[in-house]
Write a protein that binds this ligand. Structure first.
Ligand code: ADP
Length: 227
Protein backbone atom coordinates (compact mmCIF):
# COMPACT_ATOMS: atom_id res chain seq x y z
CA UNK A 1 0.00 0.00 0.00
CA UNK A 2 1.25 3.49 -0.81
CA UNK A 3 2.19 5.51 2.22
CA UNK A 4 0.74 9.02 1.83
CA UNK A 5 3.28 11.83 1.85
CA UNK A 6 0.93 13.86 4.05
CA UNK A 7 -2.14 12.89 6.01
CA UNK A 8 -4.12 15.31 8.14
CA UNK A 9 -6.68 13.63 10.38
CA UNK A 10 -9.42 15.71 11.98
CA UNK A 11 -7.18 18.75 12.40
CA UNK A 12 -8.68 21.64 14.34
CA UNK A 13 -7.21 25.08 14.94
CA UNK A 14 -8.66 28.21 16.48
CA UNK A 15 -7.06 31.53 17.35
CA UNK A 16 -8.02 33.44 20.45
CA UNK A 17 -7.65 37.20 20.52
CA UNK A 18 -8.85 38.72 23.76
CA UNK A 19 -12.35 37.46 24.23
CA UNK A 20 -12.82 36.41 20.60
CA UNK A 21 -12.08 32.98 19.25
CA UNK A 22 -11.77 32.52 15.50
CA UNK A 23 -12.16 28.91 14.44
CA UNK A 24 -10.09 28.46 11.29
CA UNK A 25 -9.87 24.68 10.86
CA UNK A 26 -12.60 22.50 12.31
CA UNK A 27 -11.92 18.92 11.34
CA UNK A 28 -9.63 18.95 8.30
CA UNK A 29 -9.02 15.60 6.65
CA UNK A 30 -6.57 15.56 3.79
CA UNK A 31 -4.34 12.96 2.16
CA UNK A 32 -1.65 13.66 -0.42
CA UNK A 33 -0.02 10.73 -2.17
CA UNK A 34 3.49 10.68 -3.65
CA UNK A 35 3.63 12.26 -7.10
CA UNK A 36 0.41 14.16 -6.60
CA UNK A 37 0.05 17.91 -7.13
CA UNK A 38 -2.96 19.41 -5.39
CA UNK A 39 -4.20 22.99 -5.70
CA UNK A 40 -5.55 24.70 -2.60
CA UNK A 41 -7.89 27.42 -3.81
CA UNK A 42 -9.79 29.52 -1.28
CA UNK A 43 -10.50 33.18 -0.58
CA UNK A 44 -8.27 35.22 1.72
CA UNK A 45 -8.92 34.47 5.36
CA UNK A 46 -10.24 30.96 4.65
CA UNK A 47 -7.26 29.38 6.42
CA UNK A 48 -4.84 28.43 3.64
CA UNK A 49 -1.74 29.68 5.45
CA UNK A 50 -2.86 28.04 8.67
CA UNK A 51 -3.30 24.75 6.83
CA UNK A 52 0.12 25.03 5.14
CA UNK A 53 1.81 25.95 8.44
CA UNK A 54 0.24 22.98 10.22
CA UNK A 55 1.09 20.60 7.37
CA UNK A 56 4.64 21.99 7.39
CA UNK A 57 5.01 21.46 11.16
CA UNK A 58 5.52 25.19 11.67
CA UNK A 59 2.42 25.37 13.81
CA UNK A 60 0.65 22.85 16.07
CA UNK A 61 -2.98 21.91 15.58
CA UNK A 62 -5.14 22.23 18.70
CA UNK A 63 -6.36 18.68 18.13
CA UNK A 64 -5.98 16.10 15.39
CA UNK A 65 -2.95 14.42 13.90
CA UNK A 66 -0.50 15.29 11.15
CA UNK A 67 1.32 12.37 9.53
CA UNK A 68 4.41 13.07 7.46
CA UNK A 69 4.89 9.76 5.69
CA UNK A 70 4.35 7.19 8.42
CA UNK A 71 5.38 9.51 11.22
CA UNK A 72 2.68 10.84 13.54
CA UNK A 73 3.89 14.28 14.62
CA UNK A 74 1.54 15.40 17.40
CA UNK A 75 3.63 13.78 20.11
CA UNK A 76 7.03 14.89 18.76
CA UNK A 77 9.08 17.55 20.52
CA UNK A 78 10.30 20.65 18.69
CA UNK A 79 13.69 19.17 17.85
CA UNK A 80 12.17 16.09 16.23
CA UNK A 81 9.69 18.27 14.33
CA UNK A 82 12.51 20.49 13.08
CA UNK A 83 14.52 17.47 11.93
CA UNK A 84 11.53 16.03 10.09
CA UNK A 85 10.82 19.40 8.51
CA UNK A 86 14.42 19.62 7.26
CA UNK A 87 14.46 16.18 5.69
CA UNK A 88 10.89 15.63 4.55
CA UNK A 89 9.31 19.00 3.79
CA UNK A 90 10.19 21.77 1.35
CA UNK A 91 8.65 25.25 1.26
CA UNK A 92 8.22 27.69 -1.61
CA UNK A 93 6.76 31.13 -0.97
CA UNK A 94 5.46 33.91 -3.19
CA UNK A 95 8.72 35.79 -2.68
CA UNK A 96 11.85 33.73 -3.11
CA UNK A 97 13.67 34.61 0.17
CA UNK A 98 17.01 33.56 -1.30
CA UNK A 99 20.14 34.71 0.51
CA UNK A 100 21.37 37.66 -1.60
CA UNK A 101 25.07 37.27 -0.80
CA UNK A 102 25.18 33.67 -1.96
CA UNK A 103 25.15 32.19 -5.46
CA UNK A 104 22.27 30.06 -6.74
CA UNK A 105 24.40 26.98 -6.09
CA UNK A 106 25.28 28.05 -2.54
CA UNK A 107 21.61 28.74 -1.78
CA UNK A 108 20.85 25.14 -2.74
CA UNK A 109 23.92 23.72 -0.99
CA UNK A 110 23.16 25.35 2.36
CA UNK A 111 20.09 23.34 3.45
CA UNK A 112 21.93 20.15 2.51
CA UNK A 113 24.92 21.11 4.65
CA UNK A 114 22.55 21.81 7.54
CA UNK A 115 21.10 18.33 6.97
CA UNK A 116 24.60 16.86 7.26
CA UNK A 117 25.73 16.25 3.66
CA UNK A 118 29.35 16.80 2.69
CA UNK A 119 30.30 19.73 0.43
CA UNK A 120 30.96 17.52 -2.65
CA UNK A 121 27.66 15.66 -2.16
CA UNK A 122 25.70 18.88 -1.68
CA UNK A 123 27.35 20.60 -4.64
CA UNK A 124 26.70 17.63 -6.93
CA UNK A 125 23.04 17.54 -5.94
CA UNK A 126 22.71 21.34 -6.31
CA UNK A 127 24.15 21.16 -9.83
CA UNK A 128 21.81 18.29 -10.69
CA UNK A 129 18.61 19.99 -9.50
CA UNK A 130 19.52 23.39 -10.89
CA UNK A 131 20.28 21.64 -14.18
CA UNK A 132 16.90 19.88 -14.11
CA UNK A 133 15.25 23.26 -13.59
CA UNK A 134 17.10 24.70 -16.59
CA UNK A 135 19.58 26.81 -14.63
CA UNK A 136 22.92 25.13 -15.38
CA UNK A 137 24.24 28.36 -16.87
CA UNK A 138 23.21 30.40 -13.81
CA UNK A 139 24.54 28.42 -10.88
CA UNK A 140 27.32 30.84 -9.98
CA UNK A 141 25.05 33.91 -10.18
CA UNK A 142 23.67 35.67 -7.15
CA UNK A 143 19.90 36.19 -6.86
CA UNK A 144 20.26 39.89 -7.80
CA UNK A 145 21.71 38.84 -11.16
CA UNK A 146 18.80 36.54 -11.97
CA UNK A 147 15.36 37.22 -13.43
CA UNK A 148 12.23 36.76 -11.28
CA UNK A 149 11.48 33.40 -12.85
CA UNK A 150 15.05 32.22 -12.40
CA UNK A 151 15.03 33.32 -8.76
CA UNK A 152 11.85 31.38 -8.16
CA UNK A 153 13.30 28.28 -9.83
CA UNK A 154 16.33 28.53 -7.51
CA UNK A 155 13.88 28.77 -4.58
CA UNK A 156 12.22 25.58 -5.83
CA UNK A 157 15.63 23.89 -6.16
CA UNK A 158 16.44 24.92 -2.59
CA UNK A 159 13.09 23.58 -1.38
CA UNK A 160 13.73 20.14 -2.88
CA UNK A 161 17.47 20.03 -2.14
CA UNK A 162 17.03 17.46 0.62
CA UNK A 163 14.64 15.32 -1.49
CA UNK A 164 11.61 15.99 0.69
CA UNK A 165 8.51 13.83 0.35
CA UNK A 166 6.27 16.91 0.62
CA UNK A 167 6.45 20.33 -1.00
CA UNK A 168 4.27 23.13 0.36
CA UNK A 169 3.94 26.16 -1.89
CA UNK A 170 2.15 29.41 -1.12
CA UNK A 171 1.38 31.32 -4.34
CA UNK A 172 4.66 30.21 -5.97
CA UNK A 173 3.90 32.08 -9.20
CA UNK A 174 1.93 34.93 -7.59
CA UNK A 175 4.70 37.45 -8.03
CA UNK A 176 5.54 36.58 -11.65
CA UNK A 177 4.18 37.77 -14.97
CA UNK A 178 1.92 35.20 -16.70
CA UNK A 179 4.54 33.87 -19.14
CA UNK A 180 7.20 33.48 -16.45
CA UNK A 181 4.63 32.05 -14.07
CA UNK A 182 3.69 29.48 -16.67
CA UNK A 183 7.33 28.48 -17.11
CA UNK A 184 7.91 28.15 -13.37
CA UNK A 185 4.70 26.13 -13.00
CA UNK A 186 5.68 23.78 -15.84
CA UNK A 187 9.09 23.24 -14.24
CA UNK A 188 7.56 22.60 -10.84
CA UNK A 189 5.06 20.20 -12.30
CA UNK A 190 7.78 18.24 -14.15
CA UNK A 191 9.79 18.07 -10.94
CA UNK A 192 6.84 16.67 -8.97
CA UNK A 193 6.26 13.97 -11.59
CA UNK A 194 9.91 13.11 -11.96
CA UNK A 195 10.72 12.96 -8.26
CA UNK A 196 7.49 11.50 -6.89
CA UNK A 197 7.17 14.15 -4.22
CA UNK A 198 3.72 15.38 -3.24
CA UNK A 199 2.91 19.07 -3.61
CA UNK A 200 0.22 21.18 -2.02
CA UNK A 201 0.05 24.50 -3.85
CA UNK A 202 -2.04 27.42 -2.58
CA UNK A 203 -2.97 29.57 -5.54
CA UNK A 204 -5.51 32.08 -6.77
CA UNK A 205 -4.70 31.16 -10.35
CA UNK A 206 -7.63 29.01 -11.46
CA UNK A 207 -6.07 28.20 -14.80
CA UNK A 208 -3.00 26.67 -13.11
CA UNK A 209 -5.22 24.97 -10.53
CA UNK A 210 -7.07 23.22 -13.35
CA UNK A 211 -3.83 21.69 -14.54
CA UNK A 212 -2.99 20.09 -11.21
CA UNK A 213 -4.13 16.57 -10.31
CA UNK A 214 -6.82 17.75 -7.87
CA UNK A 215 -8.27 20.90 -6.45
CA UNK A 216 -9.46 21.46 -2.91
CA UNK A 217 -10.88 24.39 -0.99
CA UNK A 218 -11.68 25.24 2.63
CA UNK A 219 -15.32 25.62 3.57
CA UNK A 220 -16.31 26.31 7.16
CA UNK A 221 -12.98 25.01 8.33
CA UNK A 222 -13.05 21.75 6.39
CA UNK A 223 -11.37 20.58 3.20
CA UNK A 224 -13.82 20.13 0.34
CA UNK A 225 -13.00 18.82 -3.15
CA UNK A 226 -13.47 21.15 -6.11
CA UNK A 227 -14.26 19.98 -9.65
P1 ADP B 1 -5.52 32.63 4.33
O1 ADP B 1 -4.10 32.17 4.21
O2 ADP B 1 -6.51 31.76 3.61
O3 ADP B 1 -5.69 34.08 3.95
P2 ADP B 1 -5.07 32.44 7.20
O4 ADP B 1 -4.80 31.03 7.52
O5 ADP B 1 -3.92 33.40 7.14
O6 ADP B 1 -5.97 32.51 5.86
O7 ADP B 1 -6.08 33.04 8.29
C1 ADP B 1 -7.35 32.45 8.57
C2 ADP B 1 -8.02 33.25 9.70
O8 ADP B 1 -7.30 33.10 10.90
C3 ADP B 1 -8.11 34.75 9.44
O9 ADP B 1 -9.35 35.20 9.94
C4 ADP B 1 -6.97 35.30 10.24
O10 ADP B 1 -7.25 36.61 10.67
C5 ADP B 1 -6.89 34.36 11.42
N1 ADP B 1 -5.51 34.21 11.92
C6 ADP B 1 -4.47 33.67 11.25
N2 ADP B 1 -3.36 33.66 12.01
C7 ADP B 1 -3.72 34.20 13.20
C8 ADP B 1 -3.01 34.46 14.42
N3 ADP B 1 -1.71 34.16 14.57
N4 ADP B 1 -3.71 35.05 15.44
C9 ADP B 1 -5.00 35.34 15.30
N5 ADP B 1 -5.73 35.13 14.19
C10 ADP B 1 -5.09 34.56 13.14
Amino acid sequence: MTVPALHLANVCRAYTQGENTVTVLSGVDLTLNPGEMVALVAPSGAGKSTLLHIAGLLEHPDTGEVFIGETATAGLDDLARTKLRRTDIGFVYQFHHLLPEFSAKENVVLPQRIAGLSVPEAEARAAEILGFLGLSHRIEHRPGELSGGEQQRVAIARAVANTPRLLLADEPTGNLDPVTGEHVFATLSALVKQSGLAALVATHNLELAQRMDRRITLKEGRVVDLP
